[in-house]
Design a protein around this ligand. Structure first.
Ligand code: ADP
Ligand code: MG
Length: 255
């Protein structure tokens, strides 16, 4: 059984079918790319998967259970975390606090020991801090822990956002153009990091990326979206030589 399955999902805004009859699946542990020209419906798929929008038609199953109609925070609790095309951080909080909050919301800790400040409470605090630091060090941000998130350079904000998503301990991670705005060197390092966290945390990852060559380098399978529909899927080699894909991208360059 796939970890995630979308079955003929449609999402309509007014008269626009932003996503139209999309079926896709992710097997446990896969790193899958979702590519397509601007406006193809990629981000809308993430919004459907995370409960921001409800599908007008179709089914979405995660780990055998329907996600349709569930609130975003419940979907996150169930094990799906995401990053945003436009970075979302607590910009006036420190780097460390950004990750602590994300982790904190997912730790079961006794309300009573917290209120009464029993030894348990302090142990809990220290554990949260240690864990948060461990996530920061994976993303080479431990030296920035006391800086305000808003003062980080762009590439580091992107990495912090992934650290935050990871701190919620997901099984499925959705990354929406995580390399947008990064230079080629930062981008290469980020792709290495994505590969690394997949192994380290046994994640399944769906990666939206505009740059085709980048996705081809790291994904095992790729879905290509155009005008809200899947026009191709397969291995990078299959996608590279697919005339429909070439046409969709050429159309974008010339229009
Ligand atoms: N909340 C919304 N209301 C109306 N139209 C939307 C909304 N969200 C997305 N769209 C439209 O749906 C289409 C797909 O958008 P999007 O999923 O953001 O594309 P992509 O991420 O592939 O660039 C676009 O035409 C966009 O304008
Ligand atoms: Mg988008």
């Amino acid at each position: 059984m796939p970890l995630l399955e979308m079955d003929r999902v449609t999402c309509v805004f007014g008269g626009l079918r932003a996503v139209s009859g999309v079926s896709l699946h992710l097997n446990q542990g896969e790193l899958v790319g979702l590519i397509g020209p601007n406006g193809a419906g990629k981000t809308t798929i993430f919004n459907l998967l995370t409960g921001v929008y409800a599908p007008s038609e179709g089914r979405i199953q995660f780990d055998g259970e329907s996600l349709v109609g569930r609130a975003p925070w419940r979907i996150n609790k169930a094990g799906i975390a995401r990053t945003f095309q436009n970075i979302r951080l607590f910009s006036d909080m420190t780097v460390l606090d950004n990750v602590k909050i994300a982790y904190h919301n997912h730790v079961r800790h006794g309300v009573f020991s917290s209120i009464l400040r029993l030894p348990n409470h302090f142990r809990g605090e220290r554990e949260i801090e240690d864990k948060a630091m461990a996530f920061l060090s994976i993303f080479h941000l431990e030296g920035k822990k006391d800086e305000m998130a808003k003062n980080l350079p762009y590439g580091e904000q992107r990495r912090l956002e992934i650290a935050r998503a990871l701190a919620t301990q997901p099984r499925l991670l959705l990354l929406d153009e995580p390399a947008a705005g990064m230079n080629p060197q930062e981008t290469r390092e980020l792709m290495e990091l994505i590969r690394f966290i997949r192994e380290r945390f046994s994640l399944t990852i769906l990666l939206i990326e505009h740059d085709m060559s980048l996705v081809m380098g790291i994904c095992e399978r790729i879905y290509v979206l155009d005008h809200g529909t899947v026009i191709a899927q397969g291995t990078p080699e299959e996608i590279r030589s697919n005339p429909k894909v070439i046409e969709a991208y050429l159309g974008e360059v010339t229009s």
